[in-house]
Design a binder for this molecule. Structure first.
Ligand SMILES: NC(=O)c1ccc[n+]([C@@H]2O[C@H](COP(=O)([O-])OP(=O)(O)OC[C@H]3O[C@@H](n4cnc5c(N)ncnc54)[C@H](OP(=O)(O)O)[C@@H]3O)[C@@H](O)[C@H]2O)c1
Length: 260
């Protein structure tokens, strides 16, 4: 239930030091049970870096590769997805999502074709702003896709009003992006002690607090925090281990964060 985002963190030049650091992050991710890696052609060198490192580490068949298509027009979409396959060094991508709903109907039609041909396993759509929830709801009622990726965190909980229940009803898997509000949640709790009662759900850090709140929602399939740091990765992976907060504790968690 804890995956890995690649925006910024993997958009890097692979100098020897950076390469060593990211290889450690990726191999520990897999060792600790991580599977979902989320990228996009919008993230600069991230797809290329993930392709190079997963192939060098021999973990390509262990991870669930999710990327996106972010362009207008059918042919341009196909070219983009073929490039993603080549950069990710794979013949089959697990999930391709229409990034930020760009030309969503055209791209979803191609994704369905690719799924039938076995070039991808799953289709999806993404957005990162609560302002898009209305359009997403319409798409969920009119289109067929397997995954929805949306912003969902203690800072941006709006998706739980109607979109997450609808996803559950329709059997759509949900990936929570921006689980730390792009890092802003840490600014809120800086120098604040973790409440004692966090121990009731095996939580030992604010990162685990934020992640456990997300993945305890039964509509959520996984959360994808981004990091290029081994100690943060190890911290985040604990967010998917041990007990999870129940509904009452989740309300208490939301109250404490909104009071800060
Ligand atoms: N439209 C879309 O499809 C869309 C939009 C937004 C995001 N996404 C996806 O969702 C992923 C996650 O979102 P995001 O990258 O915007 O933000 P995020 O995961 O909410 O936050 C990332 C920030 O948190 C920090 N961090 C990570 N683990 C930490 C820890 N244990 N302790 C302290 N700080 C920690 C990172 O810094 P360090 O690097 O220093 O650890 C980074 O600054 C993206 O990478 C991308 O894959 C998709």
């Amino acid at each position: 239930m804890i995956g890995l985002g690649t925006w910024r963190a993997f958009d890097v030049d692979l100098s020897a030091d950076v390469r060593r650091q990211l290889e450690e992050v990726l191999s520990q991710f897999v060792k600790l049970g991580g599977r979902v890696i989320d990228s996009s052609p919008m993230y600069g060198r991230a797809e290329e870096v993930i392709g190079q490192l997963t192939s060098a580490l021999g973990i390509g068949d262990k991870v669930f590769l999710a990327t996106k298509v972010w362009t207008e027009g059918k042919q341009s979409g196909i070219r983009s997805m073929e490039r993603s396959m080549s950069l990710l060094r794979t013949k089959r991508i697990d999930l391709i999502q229409v990034h930020n709903l760009v030309d969503v109907n055209t791209q979803l039609a191609t994704l369905q074709e690719w799924k039938q041909q076995g070039r991808i396993r799953y289709t999806g759509i993404t957005h990162y702003e609560s302002g898009a929830l209305g359009e997403i709801e319409k798409l969920m009622r009119s289109q067929k896709f397997d995954f929805l990726q949306i912003n969902y965190s203690l800072m941006e909980p709006q998706a739980e009003q109607s979109i997450l229940p609808l996803a559950q009803e329709r059997g759509v898997a949900v990936i929570a992006n921006r689980p730390f509000g792009a890092g802003n949640l840490f600014n809120k709790v800086r120098s604040k002690p973790l409440p004692d009662w966090a121990a009731e759900f095996d939580c030992r850090s604010w990162a685990q607090f934020f992640l456990k709140w997300i993945v305890a929602n039964p509509a959520i399939t996984c959360a994808i925090p981004a990091t290029d740091k081994l100690r943060h990765l190890e911290d985040n992976m604990q967010g998917g281990i041990g007990r999870l907060p129940d509904a009452k504790l989740r309300r208490r968690m939301a109250e404490i964060v909104s009071s800060l």
